[in-house]
Each structure stands twice: as structure tokens, then as C-alpha cells.
Design a protein around this ligand. Structure first.
Ligand code: ADP
Length: 496
């Protein structure tokens, strides 16, 4: 059996594929293994699905290789684009089911899941538009030479995605890879495999040839590691923790030196100046840390507020955080659902204990909500010092620290006081401050008077230990193409 009928409170019954999607078919794993998918809202088992091991990775890679050397190579760029646009249309057609499955499996609020599905469709359509606009150029060197430079696909791309935005990461990875003419083996996170499999059905319906996009479910140390070290995978794109990112690079270096792009962790500063519109700043600081339950690599987890407004800010921010609706992800009003898993829940609670022990003060939150499901109160720590673990390490939960600064220079210094560099934000009504501070912050994205406003047209990725390469925008195509120079010796020049 490779599918099962499930039910969600939002969209009723639906058909949930449980197999590995290889060559446009759902199949069982070679070793016959399965694993359970847990509902983070009530800790029940949703279903069991088939697990990929090394042998299945081999099968998926050979399907992708065959498609790359065969039908996909011969496909016109126009048709590659057409297929991606069709896939985007199907995402929209099935948006209710996709969003409901995302909420069921990940625990994210249904309103947020709907946003993720809309953004996934937007991203796929955007890259559909790029497929026939990837161009090379002609470069004149000497009169008797004709040189042209081409952008070619890299080949078979292994893509390993995390559990925090399962569908969104699916589209961020597949969109640019396929637009540029590559084929794909994508592994979902073991915590959240379900929506990707529902979306896999749409790949076939859109009309992609077999083997172009393969979706497998499995564990990082087994299927993920097999992708990273595979001798016939030409590139690996990974989103996840910095610890695993290092392992991926090592595996690539130790195998066939496949190209590597990494989108890793963050500990992003959210800096509020005294001249900011305070209500606006509080809304965005709140959204910056608590959106997606704090499970965002770009979460604004370090809040820095200018001294003169600090007391007022903290009082209002506390009141705002306490109003966030935490609960059942299927209630339309819910803003924050459960954390994704027991492991993540325990990790976050461990950081909260650590913060308390280190002498930080809990302004609000700090506790579990209820006794079933992985719900945690939105938490603010004050009275922190820069050397504390809760200020330096990525918590990946609804927990932020807040402290004060005096000057612009100090704000930049503490903002940059991290090994990460994924994102940052500045809140101010002074244009010069906005630009000067944005330019001085060492981060791949800087938001001014806003937060988390990602868009598929804008590149996203990390400075420092937050990653290598960029996703989204035209920049992502750089990671999925390689440059070929062709230099042709001509006959005698016709000039003179
Ligand atoms: P988290 O700690 O938040 O779960 P991870 O970085 O461990 O994040 O996981 C992100 C993705 O990387 C998941 O798909 C996971 O299965 C995969 N993964 C984990 N460990 C490895 C590994 N050693 N090699 C390849 N992929 C891995």
C-alpha cells in the first residue's frame, strides 16, 4: 500500500501518498522499512510512511540521471517553464488540502500554512518565468576567435530540506533547479514528510517526465547522508542546522566534490532606535520572533532597544506577546501552534532553563502550555549579557532576548556580535540611520521597519556561518547553472 485516506479538520478527507516518489510513481522502500509521523498538536500517530535507505537513494538518483541525460535534456526551456507554471496552478487549485496537511503534520497555524502554499505557488510560477530567460553571452577577444559563454544545468541535484516550512522549502529548491534544466532528488525532513508527498502527486499531474523530480522520505543520517556522499549526485543543496551543514560539506569533499549550497542557522538582531514608530516596531519585533513559533532560521531572536525607550518598549512588547493566540493550529484565529516535535520542545525548554540559571529574567512566558502537544508560551528574557548561551545560540523556538544600547555604533557592534549572518532588522524613522546601519550589519538580508517579509523575487541567504550561496531571485539560478566557455578559432579575418 502506498497511500491512505486521512482526514483534517480543515479540508475533510484526502488521499495521502505514503510511498517514495521515484520515476513519477509511489513505491515502497527496497528494505520495506516504514516510520511513524507524529501530530505535534496531540502527540498521536498520523500514519506510517515508507522510508528511503541508501538503496532507494541509488534508485532515485539513477532515475534522475536517466531523465537528465534523456527527455529533460531535450525539453525546450519554454516547456520547462510551462510545466512549472502548471505546477504552480495545481498548488493553487489544491491549496486547501495542501495547507491543511501542512498544519496537521507541522503544527503551523492554518492561516500561516495558507500563506506558505500561496508563496510556494508564487515561487514555482516565478521560476517558470525564468526558464527561457537564462542566457549566455558573446565575448570578443581577438578577431580570429569567436567566444561564447553558456549557462548549463549542473545535472542531478540532491536537495535536503527541513521541517519548518516543508512546502515552501520544496518550492524554493525545486523551482530554480528545474527551471535551469536540472533533475532533482529531494529528501524531506523525517518530522514532516506528508505535504511534500501530496505535492508530488501534482508533479505527475502537471506533466513532468518521469525522473525529473523525485521526492523521498527518510532520515538524515541514512538517506540524507547517502545523498550528500553519492558519487552520481552533481550538486547538493541543504537547508537546516549549521552542524549538519558542516557534515554535508565534508561528505561532498570526501566523495565527488559535488557543488554545495547551504542555508543554515541564524541569531538575527532586531534593532529598535528611539525615533522608530513604536507600535509598528512592536508588531514587527513580535512577528519577527514568534512567526512560525520561532522556528525560522531568520527569526529576530536578539532584540536590542535604544536606552531612552527601553522601559516603555518592554512593557508594550510583553503585553503584545501575551496576546498572541497560542493553540489548535486549525482554529482560524490561532497565531502560534505547537513546536514540531518532542525533541525540539525539549531543546527549547532546556534553553529556557539555561537562561534562568544564567541569571536572565523572564519578562513573560517560559512555560509549557497544557500537557498534550508541544506548546510553549511566547517568552522574553531580559537582563541578559552577550556571553549567555541564550544570546549566542540558535534556540529555534518562541524565545527572544532583549537588551539596551546607547549609540548607533554600539547597535552595529552588538548586532554583529554573532557567528551567524542570515538576517537583521532596523527600526527607525531616520533614513540615514536606516541606510548606515543596514550597510554596516553583516547579514544576507536586512529589513527596515518590517521583518520576515521574504519574497521569491528577492535573494535570501547567509553571510558568515549562515550559509553558502543564495536562494530565491535571479541569484538562485547561479547555484543551479554552470558556466561553459566555447572558444572557436576562425579562418583568416575578413577585415582589410
Ligand atoms: P534540525 O536539527 O532542525 O532537525 P537538521 O539540520 O538536523 O535540522 O535537519 C535538516 C535536514 O537535514 C532534514 O531533512 C534531516 O533529515 C537532514 N539531515 C540531518 N542529518 C543529516 C546528515 N548527517 N546528512 C544529510 N542530511 C541530514
Amino acid at each position: 500500500m502506498t497511500s491512505i485516506t486521512l482526514k483534517t479538520p480543515h479540508s475533510g478527507e484526502y488521499e495521502q501518498p505514503t510511498g517514495l516518489f521515484i520515476n513519477n510513481e509511489f513505491v515502497k522502500g527496497v528494505d520495506g522499512k516504514t516510520f511513524e509521523v507524529i501530530n505535534p498538536t496531540d502527540e498521536s500517530v498520523i500514519c506510517s510512511i515508507h522510508e528511503a535507505t541508501e538503496k532507494d537513494v541509488d534508485l532515485a538518483v539513477s532515475a534522475a540521471r536517466k531523465a537528465f541525460e534523456g527527455p529533460w535534456r531535450k525539453e525546450t526551456p519554454e516547456n520547462r517553464g510551462r510545466l512549472l507554471v502548471k505546477l504552480a496552478d495545481l498548488f493553487e487549485k489544491h491549496s486547501d488540502t495542501l495547507a491543511a496537511v501542512e498544519s496537521l503534520d507541522n503544527g503551523k497555524a492554518i492561516s500561516m500554512a495558507k500563506g506558505d502554499v500561496a508563496a510556494s505557488a508564487g515561487c514555482l510560477r516565478y521560476y517558470g518565468g525564468w526558464a527561457d530567460k537564462i542566457e549566455g553571452k558573446v565575448v570578443d577577444t581577438t578577431p580570429d576567435t569567436f567566444n561564447y559563454i553558456k549557462k548549463e544545468p549542473i545535472g542531478v541535484c540532491g536537495q535536503i530540506i527541513p521541517w519548518n516550512f516543508p512546502l515552501l522549502m520544496w518550492s524554493w529548491k525545486i523551482g530554480p533547479a528545474v527551471a535551469a534544466g536540472n533533475t532533482v532528488v529531494l529528501k524531506t525532513a523525517e518530522q514532516t514528510p506528508l505535504s511534500a508527498l501530496v505535492a508530488a502527486k501534482l508533479i505527475k499531474e502537471a506533466g513532468f517526465p518521469p525522473g525529473v523530480i523525485n521526492i523521498i522520505s527518510g532520515f538524515g543520517k541514512i538517506a540524507g547522508a547517502a545523498i550528500a556522499s553519492h558519487m552520481d549526485v552533481d550538486k547538493v543543496a541543504f537547508t537546516g542546522s549549521t552542524v549538519v551543514g558542516r557534515q554535508i560539506m565534508k561528505a561532498a569533499a570526501g566523495s565527488n566534490l559535488k557543488k554545495v549550497t547551504l542555508e543554515l542557522g541564524g541569531k538575527s538582531p532586531n534593532i529598535v532606535f528611539e525615533d522608530a514608530d513604536i507600535d509598528n516596531a512592536i508588531s514587527w519585533v513580535n512577528f519577527g520572533i514568534y512567526f512560525n513559533h520561532g522556528q525560522c532560521c531568520c527569526a529576530g531572536s536578539r532584540v536590542y532597544v535604544q536606552e531612552s525607550i527601553y522601559d516603555k518598549f518592554i512593557e508594550q512588547f510583553k503585553a503584545r506577546a501575551e496576546k498572541n493566540a497560542v493553540g489548535d493550529p486549525f482554529h482560524e484565529q490561532t497565531f502560534q501552534g505547537p513546536q514540531v516535535s518532542k525533541l525540539q520542545f525539549d531543546r527549547i525548554m532546556g534553553y529556557i532553563e539555561d537562561g534562568k540559571k544564567a541569571g536572565a529574567k523572564i519578562e513573560t512566558g517560559g512555560k509549557r502550555i497544557g500537557d498534550k502537544g508541544y506548546f510553549i508560551e511566547p517568552t522574553i528574557f531580559s537582563n541578559v549579557t552577550e556571553d549567555m548561551k541564550i544570546v549566542q545560540e540558535e534556540i529555534f523556538g518562541p524565545v527572544c532576548t532583549i537588551s539596551k544600547f546607547k549609540t548607533k555604533e554600539e547597535a552595529v557592534k552588538i548586532g554583529n556580535n554573532t557567528t551567524y549572518g542570515l538576517a537583521a532588522a532596523v527600526h527607525t524613522s531616520n533614513l540615514n540611520t536606516a541606510i548606515e546601519v543596514s550597510n554596516a550589519l553583516r547579514a544576507g538580508t536586512v529589513w527596515v521597519n518590517t521583518y520576515n517579509t521574504l519574497h521569491w523575487q528577492l535573494p535570501f541567504g547567509g553571510f558568515k556561518e549562515s550559509g553558502i550561496g543564495r536562494e530565491l531571485g535571479e541569484a538562485a539560478l547561479e547555484n543551479y547553472t554552470q558556466t561553459k566557455t566555447v572558444s572557436i578559432r576562425l579562418g583568416d579575418a575578413l577585415f582589410g
